[in-house]
Design a protein around this ligand. Structure first.
Ligand code: NAD
Length: 495
């Protein structure tokens, strides 16, 4: 099938084909990149090119920054309630079009359609939350040390923000950043991941329809992120970079931002542990692990990467988990019966296979799965490895695939020390019915988030983010918007 036919067949799956946008959004206008180059978008479940988008370069990013910079004075001067009205309209349009947005997302990224629609709705919740939260960016009046002075603190939008987002949540990672940016009065230039530009462009189309003024929300897509990253980080008109992605790229962007002392928010990689104590409700722990491990075929930053089970319940837990694993169905993401899609690309599949082979070579045993799926392409079998030794590479790097590595432990102190022995600190989970232990362990784990008898952490009302090399800043909740404002102290004298 030609690319035109592929685009046509994707458009035919949509109620509103106009959501399929194949150009940059700059200053409210759908714009071709300066160069003629195009970048292919590949459906990971079929390996087919489904669309082509601009292969933008530095000058395209400059044009978008110019548009965002020009739009900033009027947008930041708008009353928060007016911005909230526009943002809520955007949120409503996202929810009204959730089926189409979910189809686009599933087709370019590979997650099952139910998860894709769930992500769209979850993403919309951040726009709604921050539309309201923008009305509550309070300042302070500080008691003055002198009778003839008054001290006031006000919060102001930081300015133009560069948003750089990953492919694993092509919709929600955008709204988690754009929601608070726009609500605070910032304007943005978004560079989505090269694998998943279509979800970003569709959000741009809905932002325009919502009446968000031209230049407030700009989208620049490409095949090579580095020139765009350079353009955004080195441009003094961009006052902040908000990035979600790997720790490696996060460090690079942070170093580049140092040149002009930009603010940064970084949501980076994780190496979450999942601990099952001997007093845990094992059925609930199995259900929690299945949910957090196999969402998006294991390609999430808060996916459980290291599973520690108390020696007393180890065999029973492994047996229950193996039964639960049998309920997973791999296949076409648009089939509602499917719960496991493909991995994103060939290197991702090769990495998962390498990590499994490495663990087995070091002494782990395959309890289920353990190889590329018979479906072929980018599918990998849901896998359980048991007795994974501590020197296995998968304990130390993000697996980003449907692999459960199990190890046993004997004491609380031992397991907490093992869990904290990583440069990452995004999320951890544990299951226990001892209230004292629940407090103790939650406090001792070095991560920005802890799930206690719960593996579903993501919600717009709570602060999402990491410590150590997992990041800086928080997304969601009342804390999330503070990353997009500056604190200004104003001293009134002569009173
Ligand atoms: P990645 O770092 O390769 O890419 C993320 C984004 O950075 C993409 O848009 C990419 O195009 C861009 N990028 C890459 N090199 C760049 C450069 N030199 N300059 C500017 N931009 C550049 O990560 P990925 O593989 O797309 O995403 C997976 C990673 O994201 C995992 O490590 C995962 O844990 C992390 N992640 C973290 C969170 C969180 O909230 N902490 C959420 C989702 C994903």
């Amino acid at each position: 099938m030609s690319i035109t036919q592929q685009v046509q067949s994707l458009a035919e799956m949509l109620r509103d084909p106009a959501l399929l946008r194949l150009k940059n959004l700059v200053g409210g206008i759908w714009t071709a990149a300066a160069s003629e180059r195009r970048h292919p978008v590949i459906n990971p479940s079929t390996g087919c090119v489904i669309a082509e988008v601009p292969y933008s370069e530095a000058q395209d990013a400059h044009a978008a920054v110019t548009a965002a910079h020009a739009a900033f004075p009027a947008w930041s001067a708008m009353q928060p309630a007016e911005r909230a009205t526009l943002l809520k309209r955007w949120r409503d349009l996202i929810v009204e079009n959730k089926d189409d947005l979910g189809t686009i997302l599933a087709w370019e990224q590979g997650k099952p359609i139910k998860e894709a629609i769930g992500e769209v709705v979850y993403g919309a919740s951040f726009v709604e939350w921050f539309a309201e939260e923008g009305k509550r960016i309070y300042g302070d009046v500080i008691p003055s040390p002198a009778a003839n002075k008054r001290i006031v603190v006000i919060k102001q939008p930081v300015g133009v923000v560069g948003l750089i987002t990953p492919w694993n949540f092509p919709s929600a990672m955008i709204t988690r950043k754009a929601g608070p940016s726009l609500a605070a009065g910032c304007t943005v230039v978004l560079k989505p991941a090269e694998h998943t530009p279509l979800s970003a462009l569709a959000l741009g189309e809905l932002a325009l329809r919502a009446g968000i003024p031209p230049g407030v929300f700009n989208v620049v897509v490409t095949g090579d992120p580095a020139p765009i990253g350079d353009a955004l980080t080195f441009d003094p008109r961009v006052r902040k970079i908000s990035f979600t992605g790997s720790t490696r790229v996060g460090k690079l962007l942070m170093a580049q931002c140092a040149q002009s002392v930009k603010k940064v928010s970084l949501e980076l990689g994780g190496n979450a542990a999942f601990i099952v104590f001997d007093d845990a409700d094992l059925d609930s722990a199995v259900a929690g692990l299945m949910a957090v491990k196999f969402r998006n075929a294991g390609q999430t930053c808060i996916s459980a990467n290291r599973i520690y089970v108390h020696r007393k319940v180890y065999e029973e837990f492994a047996a229950k988990l193996t039964v639960a694993l049998g309920g997973l169905v791999s296949g076409n993401p648009l089939d509602p019966a499917v719960s496991q899609g493909p991995l994103i690309n060939r290197p991702a599949l090769a990495k998962v296979d390498r990590l499994v082979s490495d663990a087995v070579q070091r002494g782990a045993t395959v309890l289920a799965g353990g190889k590329p799926h018979a479906l072929g392409g980018l599918f990998y079998e849901p896998t359980i490895l048991t007795r994974v030794p501590p020197d296995a590479q998968m304990w130390h790097e993000e697996i980003f695939g449907p692999i459960v590595p199990l190890a046993s432990f004997d004491s609380e102190d031992e397991v907490v020390a093992s869990v904290n022995n990583t440069p990452y600190g995004l999320a951890n989970y544990f299951y226990s019915r001892d209230i004292g232990r629940a407090w103790r362990v939650a406090e001792r784990l070095e991560s920005g988030m802890v799930g206690v008898n719960e593996s579903w952490l993501s919600t717009e009302v709570a602060p999402f983010g990491g410590v150590k090399e997992s990041g800086i800043g928080r997304e969601g909740s009342k804390y999330g918007i503070l990353d997009y404002v500056e604190t200004k102290y104003v001293c009134f004298g002569g009173i």
